[in-house]
Design a protein around this ligand. Structure first.
Ligand code: ATP
Ligand code: MG
Length: 570
């Protein structure tokens, strides 16, 4: 490709709507173009990168034994009713819906569990028909609340989604492991720094899941990693350990008048204590029934963990009226001692290790000090119900938890029989018994991965592509197009590089060299061949984008030196 023929442009100014590097740089380099909020086109240079990620994904999926197919974007809503997911997706307003002329209703596919289960039930009959793993690389639609950061959170984006079908849990474990390994290879080949972390399953369902997180400060997710044993999970999931039991003697409970002080800030300021001395009593309705949850004053309750502990689908903070009824006091003075009868108390494990703490006194303007579990109240359940915090003790090895930010580029789930049970996907086992097919599902954000790669690889001048993802490996830059010798040398290098199977682009524009260098750096080609004055001595300059290193090499050795340099960049 020659720049004079390439459909491209670069922008000198930062687009105002772009808050993070990948979004800004891909817009400026003319790789993507915004059509509407969360809706982007890939322009030719960007599309080449997209195709490279797609190629890596496809190769590794095929290598793992998965088979590619393509499913419709238009999904009849009846399928979503059948799986029982329609209400949740409608409630979250995430589903794009359309109607045809006969008023038949469809979703624009946000994910394809229903469609693949429908396809699978046309074929899977016996245990001999499994294992099988089917995947597609296709556009998805989600009406995101806050589309932003360009390709990272779009309304229309490209996903690779795979679905495995097995006869039993052991089969699923093998399929899941194969995908876990394939994902690790995919993101390694894409040159990403990433972590596979334990995750919750959310609306997709199932019970085991991992997210693949590209580490980046601009990431919307927080991941927790143990410096000791390597345990890693997303913040929603991460286990939080308990401190050692406080050995202090139990002191006599005391009344603390706290006029008007309700919040943790107000109470700690008034009493002159740290939030670590306080225990918050949070009242919820779990499955419609009241429950009190206790966590230390500086901690945050994790509703997902509480739901899981209580085995309840629905959990809502109690309304003011309920709180007043349960505590006999206005909101802000709840405590575990003296709550209304039949209000189960769930204690965080950290609280269970504490002694002599302060809680609400279940009366207006009253708190109580030296409260102790066991003596002053009984917890009905004790468990890990809070968000992990940085520096927490790892419950597995006693090491310390550290936090990082990440971009979720992929997620894998053990679905189990959630969809096969709802949609009647059954098979006959070797003994002739009818059983439910055991499923897994596995997604990669292909377009998001492109942006994640930019987020990890850029500097003040622009993008720095790794060789595997670069739109072209080498940019050949004749310093002056007016110089016939330079022009010819550029043509020769271009022809030889392509001959050798190396993707080269030539900047044959009649522009100042500064303009060409700026564009090359902004777009992020890993290597440049600059053909200028040294050509008089038979030399050209090879430049590495990442290090800025420049080497004069004999023009006749261009191919070999480019190949060597590219090898060093891997
Ligand atoms: P997120 O938590 O970021 O909203 P998700 O967990 O809802 O993502 P999945 O259903 O797990 O997403 O989809 C599989 C993959 O598709 C994700 O890991 C991510 O890489 C990609 N993806 C999801 N939503 C978007 C989006 N709005 N824009 C771009 N990529 C997305
Ligand atoms: Mg996900």
């Amino acid at each position: 490709m020659r720049f004079t023929e390439l459909f491209f442009y670069t922008l000198r100014e930062d687009p105002v709507e772009a808050e993070i590097a990948s979004h800004r740089l891909m817009l400026r380099a003319g790789m993507i173009r915004r059509l509407a909020s969360g809706v982007y086109a890939f322009l030719p240079l960007g599309f080449r990168v997209f195709k490279k990620v797609e190629k890596v994904v496809r190769e590794e999926m095929n290598r793992a034994g998965a088979q590619e197919l393509i499913m419709p974007v238009l999904q009849p809503l009846e399928l979503w009713e059948e799986s029982g997911r329609l209400d949740a997706y409608v409630a979250e307003k995430i589903l794009f819906q359309v109607k045809d002329r006969q008023e038949r209703r469809y979703a624009l596919g946000p994910t394809h569990e229903e469609v693949i289960t429908d396809i699978a039930r046309a074929r899977i009959r016996s245990w001999r028909d499994m294992p099988v793993n089917l995947y597609q690389i296709q556009v998805k639609f989600r009406d995101e609340i806050r589309p932003r950061f360009g390709l990272l959170r779009a309304k229309e984006f490209c996903m690779k989604d795979a679905y495995s079908f097995d006869a039993d849990e052991e089969g699923l474990e093998r399929s899941y492991r194969a995908m876990y390994d394939a994902y690790s290879r995919i993101f390694t080949r894409c040159g990403l720094k990433f972590r596979a972390v334990e995750a919750d399953t959310g609306a997709i369902g199932g019970d085991v899941s991992h997210e693949f997180m590209a580490t980046a400060d601009a990431g919307e997710d927080v991941l927790v990693e143990c410096g000791g044993c390597g345990y890693a999970a997303n913040l929603e999931r991460a286990e939080a350990g308990a401190p050692d039991k406080d050995p202090a003697e139990m002191l006599e409970m005391e009344r603390l008048e706290t006029p008007g002080a309700k919040t943790i800030e107000e109470v700690t300021a008034f009493l002159g204590v740290t939030p670590q001395r306080l225990v918050k009593t949070l009242l919820y309705l779990a499955g419609g029934r009241p429950v009190a949850a206790l966590i230390r004053g500086d901690h945050t309750l994790n509703e997902t963990k509480l739901k899981r502990l209580l085995r309840e689908e629905s959990l809502m903070p109690a309304d003011a009226g309920t709180i007043e009824r349960l505590t006999g006091a206005p909101v802000g003075f709840a405590g575990p001692a003296g709550l209304a009868e039949n209000t189960p108390v769930v204690s965080d494990i950290t609280v269970a290790a504490m002694r002599n703490f302060i809680t609400g006194g279940n009366r207006r303007d009253l708190h109580v000090g030296n409260v102790n579990p066991g003596r002053d109240f009984r917890a009905d359940r004790t468990g890990d119900i809070r968000f992990a915090t940085e520096g927490d003790k790892c419950p597995r090895c006693g090491g310390r938890h550290r936090f990082m930010r990440g971009i979720e580029v992929g997620q894998i789930f053990k679905l189990g029989v959630k969809y096969s049970a709802k949609m009647g996907l059954e098979y006959t086992d070797a003994a002739g018994e009818t059983r439910l097919v055991v499923m897994g599902c596995y997604g990669i954000g292909v377009s998001r991965t492109v942006a994640a790669a930019v987020e990890q690889n850029n500097d003040g001048d622009g993008i720095i592509w790794t060789p595997e993802l670069a739109p072209y490996l080498v940019d050949i830059i004749p310093v002056s197009m007016k110089d016939a010798a330079q022009r010819e040398a550029a043509e020769r290098a271009y022809a030889e590089l392509w001959e050798a199977g190396i993707e080269a682009i030539m900047d044959d524009r009649d522009e100042r060299p500064g303009v060409k260098f700026k564009d090359a750096d902004l777009i992020g080609f890993p290597l440049k061949i600059v053909i200028g004055k040294a050509l008089a001595d038979g030399k050209v300059e090879l430049q590495a984008r990442r290090t800025g290193e420049k080497t004069l090499v004999p023009a006749s050795e261009t191919v070999r030196r480019v190949r060597e340099a590219a090898g060093g960049l891997q």
